[in-house]
Design a protein around this ligand. Structure first.
Ligand code: PEP
Ligand code: MN
Length: 335
């Protein structure tokens, strides 16, 4: 971090600033220019509040040279991390498709979808048991029963499962859930992230609707700072001024994240566009752009789905999407 101090600064304030920075454990290199004084802070500056420094009277400008996330930073971990989700490996050149309904609706529904998506090459099953719905009057998910039906589908097909946790008290229900999803709306639920950091369960962290890539990385840092390094990131569309789609898929997040972090990146084209007809081109684009995996909503009867029917693919359409994505995988962008 570099702090530019005004030349006509107050000496006491300057000394206070230096002492405070030293107390945070950073070393200071001072160089004097024509019109300003430049402090180079050396060491771990992740605990230094850049906005606080910027607000000081004597400070002209301040810039971070190093990113404020350490554990997730590729600079300190150049190799791709490979996250093992009960035998399914994400990252390091692998490519997986997670598929399944938005919400678990019954045992028959989820078992039958699991069998069909497995035939198409899906390596994991998704299904929401606790649903974060915009309206309190919408279907909220089957809760504990939903997890139970997912486990039945896992038993029937051997596919590891992923489901969303809404609050930490639900964790005991997730004992046999292979990958715990933190949804977009909870990306900055820092208490939940800290609690999940104390576990060693693999976590799928979705990017918030209106969060920057850096904020996503700071959130994943909360989990990793607690000692849990089993994390996979998920871009699922962000809110923009565009209304033709539910959200806007940020394809550029793939190469940007590949550069900044060693963690695997999964793309969810279903929530990104909200319309089933657009899922295939987005899934293919994400695959070509180097995503480590996809998560796609599949429903046996989308028209009657209790949640997100408009963006859900039938198993037949999913089969075609999966084939096309697997076909372009060898040509995918590599960071
Ligand atoms: C989901 O995957 O079911 C979901 C609710 O996604 P998001 O948190 O991205 O909206
Ligand atoms: Mn959904």
């Amino acid at each position: 971090m570099v702090v530019v101090v005004k030349k006509d600064h107050d000496e006491t304030q300057f000394e206070n600033l230096k002492n405070w920075l030293k107390s945070l454990g950073v070393k200071i290199h001072t160089s004097e220019g024509e019109s300003s004084l430049v402090l180079g802070l050396v060491g771990d500056t992740s605990a230094v509040d850049i906005d606080l420094i910027r607000s000081l009277d004597i400070v002209e400008d301040v810039k971070r040279i190093q990113e404020p996330y350490k554990n997730a930073n590729r600079k300190f971990h150049p190799q791709d991390s490979i996250i093992d989700v009960n035998g399914v490996k994400f990252g390091g050149g692998t490519f997986n498709i997670i598929a399944g309904p938005c919400s678990v609706e019954s045992e028959e529904q989820v078992v039958s979808i699991a069998e069909q998506v497995k035939k198409s090459g899906a390596t994991m099953l998704r299904g929401g048991a606790f649903k974060p719905r915009t309206s309190p009057y919408s279907f909220q998910g089957l809760g504990a029963n939903g997890i139970e039906y997912l486990l039945k589908a896992k038993e029937a097909t051997g596919l590891p499962i992923v489901s969303e946790i809404m609050e930490f008290s639900q964790l005991p229900l997730f004992d046999d859930v292979d990958l715990i999803q933190v949804g977009a709306r909870n990306m900055q639920n820092f208490e939940l992230l800290k609690e999940l950091g104390r576990t060693r369960k693999p976590i799928l962290l979705k990017r918030g609707l209106a969060n920057t890539i850096q904020e996503l990385l700071m959130s994943v840092e909360y989990i990793m700072a607690g000692g849990n390094e089993n994390v996979i990131l998920c871009e699922r569309g962000i809110r923009t001024f565009e209304t033709a789609t539910r959200n806007t898929l940020d394809i550029s997040a793939i190469p940007v994240l590949k550069k900044q972090t060693h963690l695997p990146i999964v793309i969810d084209p279903s929530h990104a566009c909200g319309i089933s007809a657009y899922v295939k081109p987005l899934a293919m684009a994400a695959t070509a752009a180097g995503a480590d995996g996809l998560m796609i909503e599949v429903h046996n009867d989308p028209q009657h789905a209790l949640c997100d029917g408009a963006q859900s693919l039938t198993p037949q359409v999913f089969d075609d999407v999966a084939k096309c994505c697997f076909a372009i995988r060898p040509y995918a962008y590599k960071a």
